[in-house]
Design a protein around this ligand. Structure first.
Ligand code: RIB
Length: 311
């Protein structure tokens, strides 16, 4: 196991983001104020967050043989993410996400996973050596699900702990929960995974307990600006308060949290401290526009942590 090495198997998609005063209703056309194209996808965003903090990051994903695929490779190189295991699909286009963000920084997203929904077993196995030496494996549900299953199998074979961010929600076998060391649903995903309502703190606690009973060793339920909740053997429901920030764009905040958590765990930071750290990474990401480009540096996170400690 190599400290500071984060292995990610997940999606890359191009984010096409328009800002408008309000989000369109079905059938409505609204004028946008700004438009930007940027690197996105939950896998790539989480990899970028960890890399910006200083982790050595190996990423397995797949892009198309097109202009967006070229932009993806440039992004990985610029962010010091190992590109040795990025597959290119000759038929499928690079995935895309159509994102609208309103004046209250609420968003709506349509993601078309494209090439990264066709990741093959051999494309993951090609990276087996990297996975085996990593301190943590991070994955989500934005690729084809069998790719997630193969990643879990390889991680189990090499005894590398897995952080599963079950986003966007897809129905998964409950067996998977027993294979992951950390599961990080948001409130919506926790409700979908457990079939329980998750609106109040009590309901969040009940859903976290259910996921723990199913078999996830550490359930970390993210609660947006309210912070997060940990449920494990030691803490049967510990809340970590969120930071109050002026939000510009909340898209990608969950990815910042997961990337930050992976970085901290890969550096052997105790879990409760790692969660304070991840909360801070997530909070800083909402202060900037975009997803991958909004991920903070270690210096920014450390500054914010000392500001919070001084309060
Ligand atoms: O989590 C945010 C990400 O989800 C965006 O970057 C978009 O690509 C979607 O996949």
């Amino acid at each position: 196991m190599k400290k500071n090495h984060v292995f990610v198997m997940g999606s890359y998609v191009t984010d096409l983001t328009a800002r408008a005063s309000h989000l369109p209703k079905p059938g409505e056309t609204v004028f946008g104020q700004t438009f930007r194209t940027g690197a996105g996808g939950k896998g790539s965003n989480q990899a970028t967050a960890a890399a910006r903090l200083g982790a050595e990051v190996s990423l397995v994903t797949k892009v198309g043989n097109d202009a967006f695929g070229k932009l993806a490779l440039e992004h990985f190189k610029a962010e010091n993410i190992d590109t040795a295991n990025i597959a290119i699909d000759e038929e499928q286009p690079t995935g895309s996400a159509l994102i609208a963000v309103d004046d209250h920084s609420e968003n709506m997203i349509v993601v078309t996973a494209g090439a990264c929904s066709t990741i093959k077993r051999e494309e993951i196995e090609r990276a087996e050596e990297k996975l085996a030496e990593a301190a943590i494996v991070v994955t989500q549900l934005e690729t084809n699900l069998d790719a997630v299953e193969w990643t879990l199998e390889l991680a189990e074979k090499h005894q590398v702990p897995v952080l599963l961010n079950p986003a966007p929600y897809q129905s998964i076998p409950s067996e998977w929960l027993k294979k992951v060391a950390y599961i990080t649903p948001n409130e919506t995903e926790a409700a979908q995974l457990t079939d329980l309502p998750v609106e109040s703190e009590e309901e969040a606690l009940a859903a976290a307990e259910k996921l723990y009973q199913i078999g996830a060793a550490n359930v970390i339920l993210t609660l947006g600006k309210k912070g997060c909740l940990l449920y494990n053997e030691e803490y049967k429901g510990k809340f970590f308060k969120g930071l109050t920030m002026k939000a510009v764009d909340t898209t990608g905040a969950g990815d910042a949290f997961n990337g930050g958590l992976a970085y901290a765990l890969a550096n052997e930071v105790p879990l409760t401290e790692a969660l304070e750290f991840a909360n801070t990474v997530g909070a800083l990401a909402v202060t900037k526009e975009g997803t991958a480009q909004a991920m903070p540096s270690l210096e920014e996170v450390e500054k914010q942590l000392s500001r919070s400690a001084a309060l």
